[in-house]
Structure formats: C-alpha cells, structure tokens
Design a protein around this ligand. Structure first.
Ligand code: HEC
Ligand code: HEC
Ligand code: HEC
Ligand code: HEC
Length: 197
C-alpha cells in the first residue's frame, strides 16, 4: 500500500513500472462487474428481459447537473486516459474496470464504436439507466436501477468487483470511500445532504 502522495510523486514513470499491469495481463480475464455484483442468475435474467440498456452520462446530466459536474473531477471519469497512456485502451483484460458496461449487452465495446461509454461513468456504478430515466420522467422519483441507491449491497459489490485486492490502493477504508459517493462531488470534503439536481 503506497500513500497517495508517493503515487503522485512517482508520476508517469510509475505507470511503466507498475507491476500490477503485467500481473493483470497474465491473469485470467477479469470479472464483468455487473455480473459479479448481481450474481450470474440475476444478471442473466435481467439481460434476457431486454429491459436494460446504457444511455450514457449526458442523459443523466439533464436532471443531475451537480452530480455530473462533480463526477467530472473524479478519477473514475478519466479511467480510460490511464489505459490510453500505456496503449491498453482496447485490451479486454483492462476494459471491464476502466469503462462503462464492457462485457454487458449494450455496454462499452470500443473507443471507435461506443466512445460515449468510455470511463467509469454513472452507469458504471449504478448499472444501465434507461428504466430509471423512464420512471423518473413519469413519477419524478428514483428507482429502476440494478445497482441503485435503493440496493447498497449490490452497489458495494460493484465497487469491489473493480477494487479487487490488486487494485485497492486508492483508499484504506472502504466504507468511508463508499459514503463519499453519496455526494454530488465525491472529492469535496463537506458532505452535501441533498441529492441536488
Ligand atoms: C428525467 C429526469 C432524470 C434523469 C434523466 C435521470 N434521473 Fe436520476 N433521479 C431523478 C429523480 C427525480 C430522482 C429522485 C430524487 C432524487 O434523488 O434526486 C432520481 C434519483 C436518482 C438516484 C437515487 C435513487 C436510485 O434510484 O438509486 C440515482 C442513483 C440516479 N437518479 C442516477 C441517475 C443516473 C445514473 C442517470 C442517467 C442514466 C439519471 N439518474 C437520470 C431524475 C432523473
Ligand atoms: C467499473 C469499475 C469500477 C467501479 C464499479 C468502481 N470503481 Fe473506483 N475506480 C475505478 C478505476 C479504474 C479507478 C482509477 C481511475 C484512474 O485513475 O484511471 C478508480 C478510482 C477510485 C478511487 C480513487 C479516487 C482518488 O481520489 O484517488 C476511489 C476512492 C474509488 N475508485 C472508490 C470507489 C467506490 C467507493 C466505488 C463504489 C461506490 C467504486 N470506486 C466503484 C474503477 C471502478
Ligand atoms: C479488476 C479491475 C481492474 C482491471 C482488470 C484493471 N484495472 Fe486498472 N485500475 C483499477 C482500479 C480500481 C484502479 C484504481 C485503484 C488503484 O490504483 O489501486 C486502477 C488504476 C489503474 C491505473 C492508475 C494507477 C496509478 O498509479 O494511479 C492504471 C495506469 C491502470 N489501472 C491500468 C490498467 C491496465 C493497463 C489494465 C489492464 C492490463 C488494468 N488497469 C486492468 C481496476 C482495474
Ligand atoms: C464510483 C461509483 C459511482 C459513480 C461513478 C456514480 N455514483 Fe451515484 N452513487 C454512488 C453511491 C455509492 C451512492 C450512495 C448509495 C447509498 O446511499 O448507499 C450514490 C448515490 C447517488 C444518488 C443519490 C444521492 C442521495 O440523495 O443520497 C444519486 C442521485 C446519484 N448517485 C447519481 C449519480 C450520477 C448522476 C452519476 C454520474 C454523473 C453517479 N451517480 C455516478 C456511486 C456512484
């Protein structure tokens, strides 16, 4: 476990030398986060229903402007850049954790086909958003996600599917890290109480 300042000081050189990349390339293919979080059965059922697809974060911006702007400053929003720097932005051993919905029908495929789903966006954590958008439009309420705020157990499993033992150096205490994401801007010190449009 390196302290964050050390990571920052090592900078770009750390990339080439990060032994985890070589390890990851030699390991078996990573889990699909949504499949892991839901369990295979529930995942297959949801996918077979044909009811879930990714809409991209510009849709979310329409009603959650504060969250959208706050997330623009969060590392999840430039996860693809980290792959591109090393030329790994088309590598299936990296994409499940650095994009939105790779390995899920209608999720990220490649920078050429689905650039609008690059990085770990809103739906990278909450799952496909089309049903939520429909429900919210009709009822002005939340709901409709496979990994929404109404299902923190599944949402926590989403985090842990990407933040595995190998890729865990960004925080020491999971629950503190998790709670920050209730805020529109997770990197702001002060907790924002309202969901904020
Ligand atoms: C038509 C407006 C609208 C759009 C578009 C929209 N939302 Fe919402 N959303 C709402 C409303 C209204 C609520 C309930 C009140 C609140 O929490 O702000 C809500 C609640 C939520 C919640 C908390 C409740 C839950 O179900 O988990 C999450 C998470 C969420 N939205 C994420 C998203 C994401 C991600 C997108 C894009 C895929 C999105 N929203 C698009 C209106 C919208
Ligand atoms: C789809 C995979 C994925 C999911 C789901 C995910 N993360 Fe991440 N997370 C990443 C990646 C990739 C990065 C590093 C991005 C970069 O620097 O390129 C990251 C970075 C972070 C950081 C570093 C922020 C910093 O300031 O250094 C924190 C904290 C974090 N994630 C917490 C969480 C929590 C909590 C959850 C669940 C609510 C979560 N993540 C869900 C992939 C994921
Ligand atoms: C199982 C999920 C997962 C896979 C697979 C994965 N990553 Fe990541 N990656 C993360 C998470 C989570 C972080 C942020 C936390 C950390 O750095 O420990 C991260 C961070 C990074 C960083 C930033 C490290 C830093 O020093 O700031 C780079 C670069 C990176 N990954 C490259 C890759 C490459 C290249 C691959 C494919 C060989 C890959 N990752 C595969 C989850 C993953
Ligand atoms: C790194 C994972 C992650 C990403 C990315 C993410 N969220 Fe969330 N979101 C969470 C977590 C965790 C919670 C808190 C759930 C709970 O209450 O247990 C949350 C809660 C919310 C809530 C409810 C806030 C409240 O009132 O408590 C809304 C609305 C929301 N997210 C919208 C979004 C939107 C819009 C985006 C993209 C711009 C987004 N989220 C991106 C993890 C994430």
């Amino acid at each position: 476990m390196l302290p964050l300042f050390a990571v920052a000081v090592l900078g770009a050189n750390a990339y080439a030398k990060d032994p985890r990349i070589e390890e990851q390339l030699n390991a078996s293919p990573p889990k699909i986060p949504l499949k892991y979080a839901l369990g295979e059965k529930a995942f297959d059922k949801a996918m077979r229903s044909g009811k879930y697809y990714y809409v991209g974060n510009t849709k979310c911006r329409l009603c959650h402007r504060k969250f959208f702007l706050g997330r623009k400053k969060d590392p999840h929003d430039y996860a693809m850049k980290s792959l591109k720097e090393g030329g790994y932005d088309d590598n299936p051993k990296c994409l499940p954790c650095h994009s939105t919905g790779y390995g899920v029908p209608n999720g990220f495929k490649s920078m050429k086909e689905t650039p609008r789903l690059a990085n770990v966006q809103c739906e990278g954590c909450h799952g496909p958003g089309n049903r939520h958008v429909k429900i919210a439009r009709k009822t002005k309420k939340g709901g409709g996600f496979l990994a929404g705020a109404d299902n923190p157990k599944v949402l926590e499993r989403m985090c842990k599917s990407c933040h595995t033992e190998r890729w865990n150096r960004s925080y020491t205490d999971f629950h503190t890290a998790y709670k920050k994401y209730k805020n529109a801007d997770p990197n702001k010190k002060k907790k924002i109480k309202t969901a904020g449009k």
